[in-house]
Design a protein around this ligand. Sequence first.
Ligand SMILES: NC(=O)c1ccc[n+]([C@@H]2O[C@H](COP(=O)([O-])OP(=O)(O)OC[C@H]3O[C@@H](n4cnc5c(N)ncnc54)[C@H](OP(=O)(O)O)[C@@H]3O)[C@@H](O)[C@H]2O)c1
Length: 343
Amino acid sequence: MSVRVGILGGSGYTGGELLRLLVAHPGAEVAWVSSRGRAGWPVTSVHPNLRSFTDLAFINPDDAEPCDVLFLCLPHGAAAGEIERYAALAHRVIDLSADFRLRDAAAYERTYGAAHPNPAWLDRFVYGLPEVSRKALRNARLASGVGCNATAVNLALLPLARAGLIERVVADLKVGSSEAGAEPSASGHHPERAGAVRTFAPTTHRHEAEIRQALGDAFALHFTATAVEMVRGVLATCHVFTTRELTDRDVWGLYRDAYENEPFVRIVKERRGLYRFPEPKIVAGTNFADVGFECQPGTNRVVALCAIDNLGKGAAGSAVQSMNLMCNLDETAALRTPGLHPV
Ligand SMILES: NC(=O)c1ccc[n+]([C@@H]2O[C@H](COP(=O)([O-])OP(=O)(O)OC[C@H]3O[C@@H](n4cnc5c(N)ncnc54)[C@H](OP(=O)(O)O)[C@@H]3O)[C@@H](O)[C@H]2O)c1
């Protein structure tokens, strides 16, 4: 029997990506999708790529019915205040926003500048990155989503952080425009966004708290984010200053040990070809995280890279992977598809 899914906030970008994955899921069926502004409109009027895959029309969120798994794809803060109501709708809830990603209420307040409206719920949620919390997700009723930039940094650094080899990291992120969601804004207006190479977070970013939660605080972390000419995609270029000099062979061993059984992490470090290191366009539309690295001989510097699709591994892909684990389905169901090339 299929898992019946409801999606609140289905007219946005993460909601659309969830739908794209779930219409092809062999063990799940989308029961309803909500939009406040477009209730009654066909889903394909907003997500035209789904023509012939769904006849659903958006419903008003007030008409949401009980389902097996509820995905919340709402702007920051919208889930936190209403979580009792939403959790009553489904046995399992996956919230893609930042509202329940941090376990620690003080870290939430420092990061988001206001106290969490429902702090008692924070530690009921499992962080929805299977590479970090697979075991806990298998028994979870509530899971958060992931921050896209945090995910790229977390997966680039995880093997080195677990080995305790990091002293300091400068994480330089290049990000695509769909990170900002479907709601129009001045910075996303085409004449302003087209051709941009715009550093919008030179020294700090909210996702640092998620990186700390996943990797610990044994090392110094410096974060910079720059908007570039991409619709989908994040590239994290992490300049890692290690506690001792490492060779490529050392780092290969650590990455292989961490990722050889991971279905969606690929180590990309080639001698030949154009795409010798991770590149966002190669993972666009997929749940893959491509990670790679290069050590600088004679120094303690390793450049660790990770490319993801912010809407895939950085949002809806990880959320479906989490759902698969939570519902005891094949972890890779609906997710193992190659990307496009050329694109
Ligand atoms: N974009 C990314 O790359 C990305 C990556 C990771 C995580 N996230 C997180 O995922 C969440 C959704 O992001 P998004 O990019 O999909 O945003 P979005 O494109 O702006 O979509 C938000 C959706 O929520 C609906 N909505 C807004 N306020 C609502 C409310 N109070 N109650 C019910 N529905 C409401 C909107 O539709 P109507 O106005 O039609 O109701 C829309 O469908 C955000 O919290 C974001 O931080 C985004």
